[in-house]
Design a protein around this ligand. Structure first.
Ligand code: ZN
Length: 298
């Protein structure tokens, strides 16, 4: 078995990679994405070695010496602390995705609210989200920890870099730990913006044509998106075409957010402040003042 120092997936030393995981741990904790000892981070060192965070340690206060090394079956090879109980989730993603070296799992509150509501993440709203994330799936619920839980990502992981785990949290993956973390941060910021916009009263969607422009940019920049793959040609780009067939099995249903306008429809009409009937308002004010027996203002 190769020594842990023989890193093949990164130019960085083992010490630097440990520092990087501790740094991302601090960022996850500072963002409120991991309460108590929640969350775990991993990095593939080589074909059968994965660096990972320990169980029962706050991700905001980890030291490099706290980190563990496991093999691809989750057996601990190195480290004084016990490896994360959710390592099988990380290893399953790495086995399914040879391009992935890093996995980040945590419980960011806004994205986890969608996980609890089992509400599909609206598409075609923010350009950056279309470019970096695409459609975000919600997995089937399983008790965390075992292989059965880890297997819930299998139907989705080849088509998504960030997934919502039903009634649990999120998991994201990438070439580096920082990249894997980005997808979680972008997703949680997006979920927060959606909730704030809904509170203001309306979420307006990009048109299909505007979204198609973003997909063209995505193809040009070399980002993968299932909507760009053969067989998805002519799909409804805002219609959750990639993962919608899984909704029945995962209990996902559109409840809180309206669907985007149908393909071919133009932008939704914007109610204009100019539409207020000032004469009608003045009439109501006069009537209220009369009933109250007070003089009409103005
Ligand atoms: Zn968790």
């Amino acid at each position: 078995m190769p020594a842990p120092e023989q890193i093949r997936t990164s130019d960085k030393s083992l010490a630097e990679l440990k520092e990087e995981i501790c740094d991302i741990g601090r960022r996850i904790y500072a963002k409120g994405f991991a309460a108590g000892n929640d969350g775990n981070i991993s990095f593939r060192l080589g074909p059968n070695e994965v660096l990972c965070t320990p169980t029962l340690v706050s991700k905001g206060f980890m030291k490099p010496a706290d980190l563990c090394i496991v093999d691809m079956e989750g057996n601990q090879l190195d480290g004084v602390r016990k490896r994360s109980s959710e390592i099988l989730l990380h290893l399953t993603i790495m086995k399914e995705r040879p391009d992935v070296n890093a996995v980040v799992h945590c419980h960011p509150p806004h994205a986890t609210a969608f996980a609890v509501a089992r509400e599909p993440i609206p598409q075609c709203v923010l350009p950056e989200v279309e470019i970096f994330l695409g459609e975000v799936p919600i997995t089937r619920y399983e008790t965390p920890g075992g292989q059965k839980f880890a297997d819930t990502v299998k139907p989705f992981v080849k088509h998504a870099n960030v997934m919502i785990l039903a009634n649990h949290g999120t998991v994201s993956c990438g070439e580096t730990v920082e990249r894997a973390y980005w997808w979680t941060e972008i997703l949680d910021a997006y979920c927060r913006i959606l909730m704030l916009a809904k509170d203001l009263g309306r979420v307006s969607h990009l048109t299909r044509a505007e979204t198609q422009e973003l997909l063209d940019l995505k193809a040009k920049w070399g980002f993968a998106d299932p909507r760009l793959e053969k067989g998805m040609e002519g799909c409804d780009v805002c219609g959750h075409d990639v993962f919608r067939s899984t909704w029945a099995a995962t209990g996902v249903a559109r409840t809180a957010f309206a669907p985007p306008p149908p393909a071919g429809a133009d932008r939704q009409p914007v109610p204009s402040a100019g539409a207020i009937d000032h004469e009608a308002v003045a009439r109501i004010v006069r009537e209220v003042c009369k009933q109250l027996g007070v003089p009409t203002p103005g």
